[in-house]
Design a protein around this ligand. Structure first.
Ligand code: MBD
Ligand code: FE
Length: 306
């Protein structure tokens, strides 16, 4: 079939058949995507068995709750970031800390505190390095923002995230810290290890077909928000990890690379109330003012909560 015949067929089947009120936006998107799919089937001569393999793939990926992971791995989530950057530029929004993907592993409802939180439950203290993260939240002109909401989440020493990994305690390595009167937050935690897709999972299955790995560098996620400022979704990725610039989810960006500095000075270790050398990361963040003509900085997506 040629393109016009395909487009006419899609319209005949999914537009002309409407007998009750239509969601115009959904109709527009479905007609377009279905048409594009039919065109691809035609041009690539995709066989019926191949179409069913695709449908079965989505069935399996959905059952495994891996579709969010797939969106990250195929670069769809990073592409949306690039579009948001473009939309910001068009709306005259500039400055501030760069955004990068949320990923599929946020959980709402983490314990809240002001200024400081210990994030780990102590179960890995004798196995992995202690990490202290500190930073200041400002506006894009450098004015400090007290009481900004800093939501932080990261993986354990095996690259796994609590809630999704049922061997971890509730909210391990997940906290919400409100900045203090100086705009500062401090997190006492453990060094994250980079995530790898489940080797037998649906995402890795497809990545294998593409000859791709499914690994991320060591990183820490943030949502940072304050009234009248645009919500920032970001992460830092840690210098020295072999996947730093080879992230399967494409989240590493200039301005979001952090250096973990080894602290071995006995007086400093004692000052922190610790009993062994630790690593230290500074991650400051700048929020941009909300703007009337801008697209929303809140992304509406289904998230776990506990
Ligand atoms: C992660 O930890 C992550 O951040 C992303 C984007 C995908 C999978 C696991
Ligand atoms: Fe992550």
């Amino acid at each position: 079939m040629n393109r016009q015949e395909i487009d006419a067929l899609v319209k005949k089947m999914n537009v002309d058949t409407a007998t009750s009120p239509v969601d115009e936006r959904v109709q527009q998107i479905v007609v377009r995507l279905l048409g594009d799919l039919f065109h691809a089937i035609e041009e690539l001569d995709i066989q019926p068995s191949e179409v069913w393999k695709g449908i079965e793939y989505f069935t399996d990926a959905g059952k495994a709750n891996e579709l969010g992971l797939l969106a990250a791995g195929l670069g769809l989530e990073h592409y949306l970031d690039l579009r948001s950057d473009e939309a910001d530029a068009k709306a005259g929004i500039k400055g501030g800390t760069p955004r990068t993907i949320e990923g599929p592993l946020y959980v709402a409802g983490a314990p809240e505190s002001v200024g400081f939180a210990r994030m780990d439950d102590g179960s890995e203290s004798d196995k992995i390095d202690t990490l202290i993260i500190e930073g200041t939240v400002t506006d894009s002109e450098g004015n400090i923002l007290p009481n900004a909401k800093v939501e932080i989440w990261h993986a354990n020493g095996l690259g796994n995230y609590s809630f999704f990994d049922k061997t971890q305690s509730d909210f391990n390595l997940r906290r919400t810290i409100f900045t203090d009167t100086d705009g500062k937050y401090v997190a006492l935690t453990t060094m994250p290890v980079g995530y790898g897709c489940p080797p037998e999972g649906t995402t890795q299955f497809l990545l294998n077909k593409l000859g791709r790995h499914g690994n991320r560098p060591s990183h820490v996620h943030y949502f940072i928000s304050a009234p009248n400022y645009r919500k920032l979704t970001t992460q830092f990725n840690i210098e020295g990890d072999k996947y730093l610039w080879d992230d399967f989810a494409f989240a590493t960006r200039d301005g979001l690379v952090a250096t973990a500095v080894d602290v071995t000075d006995a007086a400093e270790i004692e000052r922190q109330g610790l009993n062994k050398p630790f690593k230290h990361i500074t991650f400051n963040a700048a929020l941009v003012h909300e703007k009337a003509n801008a697209t929303s900085s809140e992304v509406d997506r289904r998230r776990a909560s506990a």
